[in-house]
Design a protein around this ligand. Structure first.
Ligand code: GTP
Ligand code: SPV
Ligand code: MN
Length: 632
């Protein structure tokens, strides 16, 4: 089979081996499945129908094979440990293979589509030997959407099937839609570890060679070599952000790395808010916020991805394309995110790279203040808080965290006790505020508001954040992460910012969401967090809601509007059991001109890197900021 033509649109009538015919009459799908079978040579092909019985049988086989461990502490929950070298997204191996190099822009890796297909077709050749190939039809977003976004993931990983089943709407209903709509995104995934006849399998097959590749013009995804999260669950970042952002540019909507929440005031006023924070910077936690401010309530609609389009009334409506939560485990506990704990407790969860307790439960750093006396760490080794065993011998795991910093829980969104009843609405919810936020030790105040849409786009475009364990590479380095989308923009970043400006221009200005910028992660001189975060972030959300309703006061600063003295409700706010001092609140909110003067060259360097597609509106905003800081 010539690698080049494989998975491109084949003329009808291409011979389909009858044994792979499958439960569909969709010719394009059957042809594609047959082509992948011929290329990857699996032992068997299984079409996933999405039923509970199907998963029960599959999970039982996975437990028998040692791929997953059944957890006694929660119903129908499983534990998987990845290969220690396959623990996060691999941005360096992620490509946007647009036809034209300039359409990938300076922020993406690029290779000519034909060249990439040749390389990957060689890798795919026979790569499923000895394994079962699964065909997973899925729908991103509600099945009754006017324009359902469909996909089919072909994968040789049972872990991927089990996770896709939680994260997306999988199975027969999606397949029926694929038949009637007749357009779907082809998502090809292999762990890249063929099994020789009679050879023993490992618990987490993967390959040292990894490629995560998007072909935006063809709306096609090819992934090879990794079984982990965003590398392998192709409905998530590859489809719903990289491919969807290119669709959204063409069709006039937004595909964003954002949570969606519903904020309800004591009077019952509702604001829907979307917020973009980079990976492992607080989306899941804010989405499940349990307010400490009396009378305020939050409900969750999504924790990672938001698709937003204008409704007939001129407002921007958001839907969550996902159906599950793939949340960061470390830091999640009853004192930080009780709603996540309640969601997990209900079961039906796949945990990856967490630690296991002696009673068949799970643990990770931050779940409880005190670690249990004994754990099996994510590498399968004995672990104790002291690093010594009962005999006084130092353990191999000593000094290491018990759970990987990017360990995750994968759990159905419907189990979340504070999910908004309208989460499954095919039209979505009207967004009143968009919040950007990074992880910054300095400079960025707790909260500020953009003066207008263009200024808000500027704030998002210049956002910096410390890197986290969600992607491989060094952690804690401040990098620019526009709208928290740096690793997920499926086209040129300057064009992306221009698309944001266009969205603002085409709308009724009064109906556009107001834009805010937050930072939960500012530090004091001793390195401690200035702001207690988590439930206390409701104080910031309250200020945002009251800005929308015109109730809260703000003062102009060179960087935007910040809460006026007394406008942020800090009534009863305590840190470590003591009232938070007004001095500390001031420090969290401070706009420090000297810090901002240091930020300017970083923004200039970033804008220069973006190059000639950077919209002039962004340079205008930068010049305005410099003027206000007294630098021009
Ligand atoms: P992805 O799923 O990777 O996109 O991440 P996310 O943005 O959903 O991040 P998540 O909410 O899972 O938070 C990541 C880490 O940040 C966890 O360890 C949290 O405990 C921590 N975190 C979240 N909110 C706060 C906060 O308000 N203050 C502090 N100090 N830490 C927080
Ligand atoms: C992220 O890294 O932003 C995630 C996890 O949400 S992953 O699915 O791996 O992309
Ligand atoms: Mn994410």
């Amino acid at each position: 089979l010539p690698g080049q033509s494989f998975a491109s649109n084949q003329p009808a009538g291409h011979p389909v081996p009858s044994s792979f015919a499958g439960p569909t009459s969709n010719e394009a799908l059957l042809v594609w499945v047959a082509e992948v079978v011929a290329l990857t040579t699996p032992n068997a092909v299984v079409w996933i129908n999405g039923s509970d019985e199907e998963w029960a049988a599959m999970a039982a086989r996975l437990v028998d094979a040692g791929t997953m461990i059944k957890l006694d502490a929660y119903p129908d929950s499983y534990y998987a440990a990845s290969d220690p070298d396959d623990v996060a997204r691999v941005e360096g191996r992620t490509f946007i293979c647009s036809v034209d190099e300039k359409d990938a822009g300076p922020t993406n890796n690029w290779m000519e589509p034909a060249q990439m297909k040749e390389i990957m077709s060689d890798l795919y050749q026979g790569c499923m030997a000895g394994r079962t190939m699964y065909v997973v039809p899925f729908c991103m977003g509600p099945l009754d959407a006017a324009d359902p976004k469909l996909g089919v993931e072909i994968t040789d990983s049972e872990y991927v099937v089990g996770s896709m089943r939680i994260m997306t709407r999988v199975g027969d209903e999606a397949l029926r839609l694929i038949e009637s709509v007749d357009t779907f995104v082809k998502c090809l995934h292999s762990v890249g570890a063929p099994l020789a006849p009679g050879a023993a399998d490992v618990t987490w097959p993967c390959s040292d060679t990894k490629y995560i590749t998007q072909f935006p013009e063809e709306r096609t995804i090819w992934s090879f070599g990794s079984g982990y999260g965003g590398n392998a669950l192709l409905g998530k970042k590859c489809y719903s952000l990289r491919i969807a952002s290119a669709m959204a540019r063409d069709e006039g909507w937004l595909a964003e790395h954002m949570l969606i929440l519903k904020l309800i005031s004591p009077e019952g006023d509702v604001s829907y808010i979307a917020a973009a924070f980079p990976s492992a910077c607080g989306k899941t936690n804010l989405a499940m916020l349990e307010p400490t401010v009396p009378g305020w309530k939050v409900e969750m609609l999504g924790d990672d991805i938001s698709w937003m389009r204008f409704g007939g009334d001129g407002r921007l409506y958001a839907t969550n394309p996902e159906f599950g939560l793939f949340g960061v485990a470390p830091g999640t506990g009853w004192h930080t995110n009780p709603n996540a704990m309640r969601t997990i407790e209900k079961g039906n969860t796949i945990f990856t790279n967490v630690a296991r307790t002696d009673d068949g439960g799970v643990w990770w750093e931050g779940m409880t203040k005190q670690a249990p006396d004994h754990l099996i760490d994510w590498k399968g080794r004995d672990w104790t808080p002291s690093g010594v065993d009962a005999q006084g011998n130092t353990l191999e795991s000593a000094g290491e965290p018990a759970a990987h910093p990017n360990s995750r829980f994968c759990t159905p969104i419907t189990q979340c006790p504070m999910i908004a009843p309208e989460y499954n609405s095919p039209v979505g919810v009207p967004i009143s505020a968009i919040v950007f936020g990074g992880r910054r030790k300095t400079t960025i105040p707790l909260v500020s508001q953009a003066r207008d849409w263009q200024h808000g786009v500027f704030l998002g475009s210049t956002m910096g954040s410390e890197t986290t364990a969600a992607a491989t590479g060094q952690v804690g380095i401040v990098r620019r992460d526009p709208m928290a989308m740096l690793p997920f923009i499926g086209y040129d970043a300057g064009d992306y910012l221009n698309h944001w400006l266009e969205i603002g221009k085409h709308a009724d200005q009064a109906k556009l969401p107001k834009i805010f910028y937050v930072n939960w992660f500012r530090r004091d001189a001793e390195g401690g967090f200035l702001w207690p975060g988590f439930g206390e972030n409701s104080r910031v959300m309250k200020w945002i809601a009251e800005r929308l309703s015109g109730k809260a006061a703000a003062v102009h600063t060179p960087i935007g509007l910040v809460p006026a003295v007394g406008a942020l409700d800090i009534d009863g706010l305590e840190v470590d059991g003591r009232p938070m001092s007004t001095e500390q609140v001031k420090q969290a909110l401070a706009v420090n001109v000297d810090e901002w003067k240091k930020e300017i060259p970083l923004i200039e360097e970033w804008f220069a890197f973006l190059g000639e597609t950077l919209p002039s509106g962004m340079s205008d905003e930068l010049a305005g900021l410099k003027t206000r800081l007294g630098l021009l």
